[in-house]
Design a protein around this ligand. Structure first.
Ligand SMILES: Cc1ncc(COP(=O)(O)O)c(C=O)c1O
Length: 390
């Protein structure tokens, strides 16, 4: 391996949400935090060098956009996902979640129904609620050890008041990498109900062997027209703190409406480092990413094997992508608050609790295994000791 993912770097006192959040793990300083979706690895060297070079300049005045941003995006989407994207379809934005809000305001009105497939990344609920749209849940189904979309439910759910569906692809937290067949079926139902689809593809590159991410909008002309794809290098290259993302919108009318929201909220400028990081990542980060994926899959194999062999009361729902995984802890016989307290106070590891992604996940937690393996090994030993002492 060319890159050293085993190295543990102390992130405490770096204003890290994961490591420095007082309300959560800071009260228990020896706890290993395995929540929130960022990784404990430095970004690729090319990214660190590009940002450092700019930082060393010392003058951080107002930035100006560059065409190289959309060129880097379009070239990346073509080389990594085989998707032909025109540079004119790309709009820079300050984050995928803020862009979800912009999409709600651009394409729907207060009271309109917006469908999400639960359990799902919790801000999906919040943006719909906070913007006075109507939350329409179409829960995923758990079948043969994995989550699948409920197409019959979706057909029943879509009515005249439903305007939009927000897709999470790959899906956080259930870890599914949707197949082209699943996406086409979903697309056909969205077309029948004339829904606009916002496809959050922020985890697109974090996909394990045997699976392939397919951008929804690449599947047909109709899907290209009705889809706004939201994406960012944040998860893939661990640069979430630089708050830089983008939307890909092939339909000119929709692009105009989205761009107007960006302009009206004065969000077009952004920060100076984000686009520099994005361009370095997308033009020079592919080798690093290929090694990262092998390392993450190694972590996942370790996690799965360890639980099966040594902590069988916790069942891993093996993800096909992302560095997040659900652990079904119902066999431990605790309610959710007991479970959270158990992991924090007895095992001294901290996870996201399942129900924050949907009530379906009572008795589950979400582990973030995007960390150096020695840290994961230590966390697993702590879990084993604590569970076996019950
Ligand atoms: C599915 C999904 N979308 C969006 C985000 C966050 O995106 P951003 O930081 O660009 O708002 C996350 C972070 O965990 C995520 O998992």
């Amino acid at each position: 391996m060319k890159f050293d993912f085993d190295r543990i770097i102390d992130r405490r006192n770096t204003r890290s949400m994961k490591w420095d959040c007082r309300e959560r793990t800071q009260l228990e300083p020896d706890v290993i935090p395995m929540w929130v979706a960022d990784m404990d690895f430095p970004a690729p060297p090319a990214v660190v060098e590009a940002v450092t070079r700019r930082a060393e300049h010392g003058i951080y005045g107002y930035p100006i956009g560059s065409r190289s941003f959309s060129t880097a995006v379009a070239d990346w989407l073509k080389s990594r996902h085989g998707w032909d994207v025109k540079k004119g379809w790309v709009t820079k934005s300050p984050g995928v979640v803020p862009s979800l809000c912009l999409c709600l305001n651009a394409f729907t009105s207060p009271g309109d129904g917006v469908v999400i497939q639960t359990p799902v990344y919790h801000p999906f609920y919040h943006v719909i609620d906070h913007n006075d749209r109507r939350l329409v849940r179409n829960p995923l189904k758990f079948e043969s050890g994995r989550y699948v979309m409920d197409f019959d439910g979706l057909e029943r759910t879509i009515d005249r008041g439903t305007r939009m569906l927000i897709l999470c692809s790959p899906h956080n937290p259930v870890g599914r990498v949707w197949t082209p067949d699943e996406l086409k079926r979903l697309g056909a139902l969205c077309a029948a109900g004339d829904l606009i689809v916002i496809s959050d593809e922020i985890h697109a590159e974090l996909v394990f062997k045997g699976h392939r991410h397919v951008p929804l909008a690449s599947l047909s002309e109709d899907l290209a027209r009705r889809t706004v794809t939201l994406h960012a290098p944040s998860k893939t290259f661990n640069v979430a703190g630089l708050e830089t993302s983008f939307a890909v919108i092939p339909d000119p009318e929709k692009k105009k409406l989205f761009d107007r929201q960006v302009r009206n909220a004065s969000l077009s400028m952004g920060n100076i480092f984000g686009p520099i990081a994005l361009e370095a990542a997308y033009t020079q980060g592919a080798d690093w990413l290929d090694e990262l994926l092998i390392y993450l899959e190694g972590n996942l194999d370790l996690l799965e094997r360890f639980l099966i062999e040594r902590v069988p009361r916790i069942r891993l729902i093996r993800p096909e992508g992302t560095y997040l995984a659900l652990m079904d802890c119902r066999a431990m016989g605790m309610d959710q608050s007991e479970l959270n307290a158990f992991f924090l106070r007895k095992a001294r590891v901290y996870f996201n609790e399942g129900p924050m992604f949907g009530q379906e996940l009572q008795g589950h937690v979400r582990i973030n295994f995007g960390c150096p393996r020695p840290l994961l090994e230590e966390a697993l030993l702590r879990i084993e000791r604590a569970v076996n002492s019950l």
